[in-house]
Design a binder for this molecule. Sequence first.
Ligand SMILES: Nc1ncnc2c1ncn2[C@@H]1O[C@H](COP(=O)(O)OP(=O)(O)OP(=O)(O)O)[C@@H](O)[C@H]1O
Ligand SMILES: [Mg+2]
Length: 258
Amino acid sequence: MDMTPLPKVSVRTLVYDTLDLVLDNTAKQAGLAIVRGPVGIGKTFALRQLADEYRARGVKVYMLTCRTEIAGRINGAANEVLSQENIWEHRDVRAAEVLWELLRSRVFDPWDPKPSLLITDEAQGWKPNVLNFFRDLWDLGDPARNGRSDALAFGIVMVGNSSFINRNGVEEEAKFGPLLSRRTISVDLERPSKGELREYAAKLAGPDAARALAAYGERTGSMRGIEKAYRLARSLSDAAELTAQDIEFAIRYLGGLA
Ligand SMILES: Nc1ncnc2c1ncn2[C@@H]1O[C@H](COP(=O)(O)OP(=O)(O)OP(=O)(O)O)[C@@H](O)[C@H]1O
Ligand SMILES: [Mg+2]
């Protein structure tokens, strides 16, 4: 774990705004969104920040990041959400029911609508059995979606990369097969623009260093490229202000790692 503190900067990128739109729409219609995008473009960053914003506005938001340990385990995935909410009762025998009880919400209440969202990050990793489980859970909200305003539902947002490495070590396209028939919104995110990369770099460093950072961001096509180069340069230099040389030096040691 890299402990070098990063200054708290945030750029309102198209990736950010797109995810905002997707979350808002999916919350309001208790929809099912599939969002795919290249690595390091700021998906997780935006999701974390948006989750806080939405919670502050009274939306129920649950975040679940797919990891190898739970990728193919329905109870593992369900229990992880429940743990975050400090729910320990009955979850071992009926995790699915308890999760539904947590997620369901009066999304379509005409007087006091209460949207509810399950966001899963790194979603390209979910195995078909877990995707089927999410689909079945989401389907429980159909009466609400079909017009019963007193019935309960929730939205799901799947965010991940466009491809993943399968168990044979081969790159495979992330298709989200079991969910395709249900999706209400589907987006493929683009890499950040030059302008966005420059804006991010300029928020981290002075003009010369920022130019070098932005150039590296363009080469890697990612926000992460800039973040990594900045972090390494910062940890290698004691000077108050980083120079372009500090950045170039760091980039050489990253060797395309971003
Ligand atoms: N809008 C932003 N404003 C400021 N910094 C950002 C922004 N987006 C991304 N970053 C920086 O770039 C880093 C990488 O972004 P992030 O981890 O969100 O990418 P990602 O798209 O989730 O990548 P992956 O596909 O590998 O999960 C973040 O840790 C953060 O430092
Ligand atoms: Mg991510």
